[in-house]
Design a protein around this ligand. Structure first.
Ligand SMILES: [Zn+2]
Length: 79
């Protein structure tokens, strides 16, 4: 398999994890402090990936490009 194809499959799997039958129906929006926009800012969920530690979700601020990652619901933006 070429490098290009493997990257394509990786992206496809991430989409399946986000929108496919494995999706846990979690909320797609979250209120979270943003360092640029203030303490009560809306974030949207950009991606959800199942990893060995559990479920990893990526969130992005709706106002700016700030983003953070949660693993099993635990905020890991400090990492
Ligand atoms: Zn922001």
């Amino acid at each position: 398999m070429s490098r290009c194809q493997s990257i394509f499959r990786l992206v496809l799997n991430q989409h399946l994890n986000t929108f496919g039958p494995k999706s846990r129906g979690m909320s797609l929006e979250l209120t979270h402090p943003c360092p640029a926009c203030g303490p009560e800012t809306e974030f949207y969920r950009a991606a959800s990936t199942n990893i060995h530690l559990g479920e990893k979700t990526k969130w992005y601020c709706t106002e700016c490009d700030y983003g953070f990652v949660k693993i099993n619901g635990i905020d890991s933006s400090a990492v």
